[in-house]
Ligand binder design. Sequence first.
Ligand SMILES: Nc1ncnc2c1ncn2[C@@H]1O[C@H](COP(=O)(O)OP(=O)(O)OP(=O)(O)O)[C@@H](O)[C@H]1O
Ligand SMILES: [Mg+2]
Length: 581
Amino acid sequence: MTENTNSISARLKLCGKYFKSPQYAWFVAVTGMVIVSVCEPLVPALLKPLLDKGFVSGDLNVWLVPVALIGIFITRSVGSFIAQIALAKIANHGVLQMRLKLFDKLLKTDAKLYSEESAGSIINTMIHETQAGANLMVNSLLTLGRDSLTLLALLAFLIYTNWQLIVVVGLLFPALFWTIRKTTNRLGRLNQESLDSNDRLAYAIEENVLAYREIRLQGAQKQQADRFQLLSTQTFRLFMKAMTASALITPLTQILSALALSAVISFALIQSNTNGTTVGEFAAFVTGMLMLVAPIKHLSEVVGPMNRGLTSLERAIYFMDRYPNERGGSYRSNRLNGLIEYTSTSVTFPEMDHPAIVDINLTIQPGQTVAFVGASGAGKTTLVNVLPRWISPSSGSIKIDHVSIDQYDLEFLRHQIGMVSQHVIVMNDSLFNNVCLGQIPDKNKAIRCLESANLGEWLMQLPQGIDTIVGHNASKLSGGQKQRLAIARAMYKDSPILILDEATSALDNESERLVQEALNRLSSGRTTLIVAHRLSTIEKADLIVVMDKGRIVEKGQHRDLLEKKNLYHTLFNSKSNSDEI
Ligand SMILES: Nc1ncnc2c1ncn2[C@@H]1O[C@H](COP(=O)(O)OP(=O)(O)OP(=O)(O)O)[C@@H](O)[C@H]1O
Ligand SMILES: [Mg+2]
């Protein structure tokens, strides 16, 4: 996270663009604030005639002051109410805009966001930071607007009443602003650290929620509790520091106000001796001056919440600016044939000293089934993941139907590729919506696909059939059922290129047979790339590519490769042995 080196006004400008509309709300808010602030000096102004004419000379109408007082307070309350509602509208409208933009970012961002940010911190930013930031900001703006206008109105009244005394009050301001400036920077830094620390807390909770079984199985509860305690204590300390810095502003302001008040009283007493200031004038002035303390205090207190609010909003903005959107080309065509050509393709992940795949040269004909085998970490997944552009090659090129994959429109390219992997992600929605995810819904087609994926029998047993809700993380489905659901999804998508990455590795023999049958049905007529550990499942592939440490070391058909007695032969024998066990 960047340090807050910018001035408050620059930061306000940055965040302010989300809070510009609706304009009528701003108009109402400002009107409300002006009403409130104009009402304020009317109270001390009433004191002068009340004291000089009402009490001293007795020629004031009895009901005039009470009625005026009621009128002032009703007007002031109405102004305050409409300003608050209008600002709430602006704040929540801003939150809405920010959330929509953030969600859009989630849908379009480069994969970097997902490797750098935890789900906890993303949720925290999108839900809590935006809301808290906007609320704090708007309340601060309300204070800032209302109280600075009040301050101006009161000052105008005081100058009008007795301009000499105002000089004394004026001495208060430089001291006050100096105090505020001093504390702002420290507060900004502390707020920043508190938010980062909150993120770490959220991350620890997220991990513990996801891995509760492993933590108990490994007996790591104490270690996790200690970790959480450490993080919580850090957060606690940071919040305390920030609170202390924020709380210090108020007593300092009050001391300065008391000094000013004492000076004014002394001056007024001297003045009344020399040029005969009336009682009413003095009372009106002192009341007006005492009324200054409240807005000054509010204004000095506004810095803390405003800083916190700005920090929260900046976090959301930073989140949008830091991660660029995925960039694709614009080329679209009809359905692709599925001719795939890798030319000298290499991938090196950031912060890795050795490449994941090196100098891959491979051509896959339309409709061919190609299997990738090799030890764990050999680069098989990386090789297939460059096709839908989850990963970008560091050098070399990949073409599909003679067009470089960078030139394709991303949506079009991904529409041409179906994927089934070991980790099937199922949305908490109906079976039907899961099968036709992102495609045009067609119930009969979805049922046919589920049947072809060997889920027909299971579907018949479900009371709600295809409308059954699968539950959070598809908890109502077994591993094999989830995998067949993913196959049904790929069948529904009916794309010319199919990627199967360890699609059967987590299954028992019976489920594997069902999944395998479904896969055979799915892959016919498509260019299919299979990554498999169980070599028995790929014997019939048109081409088997053997990988080792990121390179292609052998390729050919099953029988030929076995005869060569190289790596494939070794892998095959070790795998068949372990399969038998
Ligand atoms: N996101 C990533 N960031 C950094 N390194 C990665 C990333 N993904 C993979 N790697 C590295 O790239 C290499 C190849 O990984 P890959 O997942 O392609 O292997 P694989 O052949 O699919 O292995 P397995 O059979 O275990 O699935 C590994 O050394 C791995 O550590
Ligand atoms: Mg893999």
